[in-house]
Design a protein around this ligand. Structure first.
Ligand SMILES: Nc1nc2c(ncn2[C@@H]2O[C@H](COP(=O)(O)OP(=O)(O)OP(=O)(O)O)[C@@H](O)[C@H]2O)c(=O)[nH]1
Ligand SMILES: *[C@@H]1O[C@H](CO)[C@@H](O)[C@H](O)[C@H]1NC(C)=O
Ligand SMILES: *[C@@H]1O[C@H](CO)[C@@H](O)[C@H](O)[C@H]1NC(C)=O
Ligand SMILES: [Mg+2]
Length: 422
């Protein structure tokens, strides 16, 4: 009996001991595996840092051209000065008091991604007086000085020569057709203001460049350069990030008016190297046929003006004002719903040399419902981008985008051009 107990105890101890040793072994194995995996992590991250450093190291000698669509060799070098120096420029937001939270969201994003290193001024415009609350919150968010201005009613309100009855009829017509903002009066004031009056505001007289910002937008990446500096160095007068097709119902007679303008002021149009083909070419491009049918020669391509960086002196020029005044005299801002985006786009396409327009494709950006995100993986790492280049909202990879037309007919990818358009 006693022997049996001892035997049993020995067996038990052996089993327990075996288990103990096994578990020790497994633990050791686990540790070893984890060590291996973590070592690999470490190797990988070291590798990433080396690659990242490689990008930066090379930029000391000659800036590496990452994913630029502009084929402008100086694009990345212009902002490489070590001490940021300010250009004669301001950030500009037209905004209503009730949009404060969206305004702050946009400001925070742009400050974090760009302006905290530069402290450019912010200028806020409104057709109604800003509230104390709005001014305090936006001033607190800004890293530069803030300025607020009230738009004079003659620059904002519907001109008194607009026929009231016709106006009301057209509002109803566009509303019934389901056109976006088709029935809105204030939206029309806004579009006309942004087309012809923003640059005439006294508060902007003291600047050369503006960077338009809207509430509720987002900048996905650190800016790799100061876009103002880049524009001045490279003699750019208009910069965009997204280009797409306009709703034809909003601009039924805009192109006819533009053709009349062309006949009236032929000398104003720099016929040589403008971007006329960009806004008129409707041939098949890439894999996609044009998905939008147009009733005129205008292919409906425009730069999305909620993001734009521009030279105020161009807009303040007599040539641009003649263009705007001619369009305005036809009443289309109110009888139809002409947007500032096609108006600016047609103007810069006709009046500027195409190498005065720049596509900033290193700056990720979102304004509902579209976004753009740099295609280059390393550029996204280097600029700490928070965006998905494959996202459904990324317009650059959708047939709604006019970017390929810009590459072909604007100052873009030269390999897409034929000899005639070159
Ligand atoms: N002060 C003022 N600003 C306006 C008015 N209407 C529009 N805005 C501003 O003008 C810009 C364009 O207006 P949005 O409402 O953003 O128009 P949108 O970008 O075409 O369309 P969503 O952003 O989709 O609404 C924004 O910066 C607005 O804050 C207005 O009546 N008064
Ligand atoms: C900035 O630009 C404005 C408008 O062109 C000009 O009047 C002003 O003198 C410029 N300021 C500086 C410091 O260059
Ligand atoms: C148009 O482009 C050609 C070729 O790039 C250039 O030689 C010419 O000077 C340009 N013309 C104008 C008006 O800029
Ligand atoms: Mg908007």
């Amino acid at each position: 009996m006693k022997d049996k107990t001892i035997q049993l105890a020995i067996v038990l101890l052996t089993v327990l001991g075996g288990l103990f040793i096994q578990s020790l072994f497994t633990t050791a194995q686990h540790c070893n595996n984890r060590y291996k995996i973590e070592n690999a992590f470490f190797e990988n991250s070291k590798h990433a840092v080396e690659k990242y450093d490689g990008i930066r190291r090379r930029s000391l000698l000659k800036p590496l051209k990452l994913s630029t669509n502009t084929y402008d060799d100086d694009v990345l070098s212009a902002g490489n000065s070590i001490i940021p120096t300010k250009e004669n420029a301001t950030l500009l937001m037209l905004v209503r008091n009730f949009e404060l939270s969206g305004a702050l969201k946009s400001m925070r994003s742009l400050e974090d991604r760009f302006n905290r290193d530069y402290h450019y001024d912010w200028v806020f415009l409104n057709d109604l007086p800003f509230t104390q609350e709005f001014m305090e919150a936006t001033t607190a968010m800004a890293s530069g000085n803030t300025h607020y201005a009230l738009i004079p009613s003659e620059d904002w309100d519907r001109p008194n020569w607009i026929d009231e009855q016709l106006f009301e009829d057209r509002l109803e017509l566009l509303r019934d057709r389901g056109v976006l903002y088709g029935g809105s009066k204030s939206y029309r004031n806004m579009c006309r203001f942004n087309s012809g009056y923003f640059f005439r505001q006294k508060i902007l007289d003291s600047y050369d460049y503006y960077f338009r910002v809207e509430p509720d937008v987002e900048y996905f990446c650190d800016f790799p350069y100061d876009p103002f500096k880049l524009m001045r160095h490279n003699k750019k007068k208009y910069g965009f990030v997204i280009s797409l097709y306009e709703y034809e119902d909003t601009i039924t007679t805009l192109w006819d008016t533009v053709e009349e303008y062309l006949d009236t002021f032929p000398d104003d149009v720099a016929m040589v190297n403008n971007s006329y083909n960009f806004i008129t070419d409707s041939g098949i491009i890439g894999k996609f046929s044009p998905i939008i049918d147009s009733n005129t020669d205008y292919n409906l391509c425009h730069f999305w003006s909620n993001f734009e960086i521009g030279d105020l002196n161009f807009f303040r020029s007599d040539r641009y004002k003649r263009f705007f005044d001619f369009l305005d005299s036809k009443g289309g801002f109110h009888y139809e719903r002409w947007g500032d985006a096609p108006v600016h786009s047609i103007a810069v396409s006709l009046l500027l040399n195409r190498d005065e327009i720049i596509h900033f494709d290193e700056l990720g950006y979102f304004h509902a419902p579209f976004s753009t995100c740099p295609t280059s993986y390393y550029l996204r790492l280097q600029q700490r981008c928070q965006c998905d280049a494959q996202a459904a909202s990324n317009i650059d990879i959708s047939p709604n985008s006019c970017l390929m037309r810009w590459w072909k007919n604007g100052d873009g990818k030269r390999f897409l051009k034929d000899n005639q358009t070159n």
